[in-house]
Design a protein around this ligand. Structure first.
Ligand code: HPA
Length: 363
C-alpha cells in the first residue's frame, strides 16, 4: 500500500469511527472546556427511555456482578440494552447483562439496572453515575445499590450479606469534579448520612422477615480491575473497611448530591486477598454470587414490597419516602423472626473459612 492509500485508509477509519463516550466526556482542559452538563445528558437519556415506556419508578435498583436474578421477578418489564441509550456503551464486565429494566416488582414500579458501568472498563466517572441519575430523573426517590465484594473481616465467610452503613471512596475520582450542575445538586454535598439509616433499618427488617442474616459494615470502593494485594487488604482493615469492591461509591455520591435516598447491600463473595492465601478468580466471585444471590434477591423483594404497598393505577408517579409515610403507604414491620445464621460457602480449597480460622488459632 502506498503512502497516499495508507493516509486515505487512516482518514476513512477516523471518519467512520462511532462517536465514543470519550468524545462525549472528553476530559476538560479548563473549566471553559466542560463536557455537557448532567441535566443536558439526562434530557437526552430520558427522552430515549420515554420513547419506549411511560412507567414511573418509585425505586431504582442497581444489580452487581452475578446478582441479576431479581430481574426475572420484574413483571411487565420494558428492557432497554445500555447500548440503545445515547452514548452508553454495552456493559463489558462478565456477569453484567447491561440492561435497564422498567417494570413492577411485587406491584411496586421499579427501574432496575441489570449490570452497571465501571471505571475499570475505561468509562469516565461521569458516565459511571449516569444510570443512577437517570433512574432519579425517571421518578425513583430511593436507590438500592448492590455489589459483589471481597470480605475484609476474616470471620466473614463467602456468602455473607452486608448492609452498607458507610463507604470509603478510594477510587481517587469524583463524578462531581468540574462546574457544578446547580439544577441538580449543591456544590459541596453533605455525606454525613449518605447511607440512609432508616432504609438500612428497613433492610434489616426485610432480612429478619426472610430469616436471612445481614451484617452491617463499611464498603471501600477502589478503581480495580485488579483484586487487592494482601497488603492492601490489611491497609483497608486498618482504615475501617469491612468489604471491598470496584463500584458503588461514585453512584452513592451522585445520588446523595441529587437528593435521592440511598441504601445498599454487599454480597461478600470471597475473603479478601491474603486471608486464605488462595488466589482470587472472577469465576469464584461469580459462583459465590450465583449461590448467595437468591438470598439477597429475597431480602430486596421483601424490602421493596414493604417500602410501599402496591400503588395500583390510582397513585401513579414518584413518591418521596416522606410522602409515602405521610400517606400511610409504608407497611409496618411484621413479626420479628430470629436472625438466621450465615450460610457458609466452602473456601476454594474445600474448607470453610470458619475452619481455616479455627485451625489458624489452634496452630
Ligand atoms: N476485591 C474487589 N472487588 C471484589 C472482590 C475483591 O476481593 N470480590 C468481588 N469483588
Amino acid at each position: 500500500m502506498g503512502t497516499g492509500q495508507l493516509l486515505r485508509a487512516f482518514l476513512c477509519a477516523r471518519r467512520t469511527r462511532p462517536a465514543s463516550v470519550d468524545v462525549v466526556y472528553r476530559r476538560p482542559v479548563t473549566v471553559d472546556d466542560e463536557p455537557p452538563t448532567f441535566s443536558a445528558r439526562l434530557d437526552a437519556l430520558e427522552a430515549a427511555v420515554r420513547a419506549r415506556t411511560d412507567l414511573v419508578p418509585s425505586v431504582g435498583l442497581v444489580l452487581g456482578s452475578g446478582l441479576g436474578d431479581i430481574a426475572a421477578a420484574i413483571t411487565d418489564a420494558t428492557a432497554i440494552p445500555f447500548a440503545d441509550l445515547p452514548s452508553w456503551p454495552a456493559a463489558s464486565a462478565p456477569g453484567h447483562a447491561g440492561k435497564l429494566l422498567l417494570g413492577r416488582l411485587d406491584g411496586v414500579p421499579v427501574a432496575c439496572l441489570q449490570g452497571r458501568l465501571h471505571l475499570y472498563e475505561g468509562n469516565s466517572e461521569r458516565l459511571v453515575v449516569e444510570p443512577v441519575l437517570l433512574m432519579g430523573r425517571l421518578g425513583a426517590r430511593v436507590i438500592v445499590l448492590t455489589n459483589a465484594a471481597g470480605g475484609i473481616r476474616p470471620e466473614w465467610p463467602a456468602g455473607t450479606l452486608m448492609a452498607i452503613a458507610d463507604h470509603l471512596n478510594l477510587t481517587g475520582r469524583s463524578p462531581l469534579m468540574g462546574r457544578n450542575d446547580d439544577a441538580l445538586g449543591p456544590r459541596f454535598p453533605d455525606l454525613t448520612n449518605a447511607w440512609s439509616p432508616r432504609l438500612r433499618q428497613r433492610l434489616h427488617q426485610a432480612a429478619d422477615q426472610e430469616g436471612v442474616h445481614l451484617e452491617d459494615g463499611v464498603y471501600a470502593g477502589l478503581i480495580g480491575p485488579t483484586y487487592e494485594t494482601p497488603a492492601e487488604v490489611r491497609m483497608l482493615r486498618t482504615l475501617g473497611a469491612d468489604a471491598v469492591g470496584m463500584s458503588t461509591v461514585l453512584e452513592a455520591i451522585v445520588a446523595r448530591w441529587a437528593g435521592l435516598e440511598v441504601c445498599g447491600v454487599s454480597l461478600v463473595t470471597n475473603p479478601g486477598a491474603g486471608i486464605t492465601g488462595e488466589p482470587l478468580t472472577h469465576e469464584e466471585v461469580l459462583a459465590a454470587a450465583n449461590e448467595a444471590g437468591p438470598r439477597l434477591a429475597q431480602v430486596l423483594r421483601r424490602f421493596v414490597a414493604n417500602l410501599a404497598v402496591p400503588f395500583g393505577d390510582a397513585r401513579p408517579g414518584p413518591h418521596a419516602l416522606d410522602e409515602m409515610v405521610a400517606a400511610g403507604l409504608l407497611v409496618p414491620p411484621r413479626s420479628k423472626a430470629p436472625p438466621a445464621k450465615p450460610h457458609p460457602i466452602p473456601a476454594p480449597n474445600g474448607q470453610t473459612i470458619e475452619k481455616i480460622l479455627r485451625d489458624m488459632r489452634d496452630e
